[in-house]
Design a protein around this ligand. Sequence first.
Ligand code: 3HC
Length: 291
Amino acid sequence: MSIDRVFVIGAGLMGHGIAQVSATAGKQVTLSDRTAELANKGRDRIAGNLARLVEKGKLDQSQAEAILGRVATAVGPDGAAGHDLVIEAVFEDEALKRETWVALTKAADPDAVFATNTSSISITGLATATDRPPRFIGLHFFSPVPVMQLIEIIRGLETDDDTYDACRAFAQDLGKIVIESKDMPGFLVNRMLGPFINEAVFALMESTGSAEDIDTGAKLGLNHPMGPLELADFVGNDVMLGVLDVLYRGFGDPKFRAAPLLRQMVTAGHLGRKTGRGFYRYDEKGNRLGR
Ligand code: 3HC
């Protein structure tokens, strides 16, 4: 089974990046969202990223045009027919993901492979919203997708070998390194990242140190490219809270309880870069302004 045509639903931070790397690898891509405006915004972000690569001399103008020429847009799940692989990258909300998969099951070809980019929700569980648990899998990308080398592949209880092999080959076509995780809450990476970020928020909440010192500690003391609070703002505090809640419920272990400050920030709408305010403040382009 070869994957040449890819439908990506959800044109946000992850979805537009997934579409970009797929088109760069020569795949025909359709990028879809709830409205034409959102889908076009995702495609415009790809155009902007490609233009920067051209400016840096990493891509020819003609290559950039060819890549962008492979990205079509659509509204909702309706254009999913005619694609070998459907990747879902909508908000990290189980009810919304299930609803999206019910609609995609009706719209997509019967033999298409289904992959979710969930950060932590059960693959086995989401597969039950479709008619094809054997052809359903987790393909977990990392942000920023064009830069991060990893894809975490998660097999649900019923995922078959053909689906796994095709998705592994697809990930390799994108130039990514693959790790495999069992379908356990948070998989491998977010099971580590969730408690790390959460502990940083507890330290801030308890006034053990300032946000800047916590982040500088991780950057200079651990050689991380970003500190945990910066990273939470980058990924989205709502996404990190969702990961922690899945870990807490899934393992039933109090060590995963989310820091009350993280929950408060999400309640207040301080989701990080995307809302202009999180642990730090940002301008409309996402540049840091300070606290
Ligand atoms: N899209 C495309 N390329 C980007 C980019 C973006 N959004 N942001 C940065 N880049 C590229 C730059 O163009 C630059 O490329 P070059 O080296 O070829 O010129 C390179 O990345 C480095 O960027 P900068 O020099 O501007 O900035 P930094 O050196 O500070 O790097 C960073 C930025 C790559 C984001 C780095 O800070 C980093 O790696 N941070 C950690 C990211 C991380 O941990 N991601 C995982 C989050 S967890 C997740 O996604 C899972 C989810 O389920 C929660």
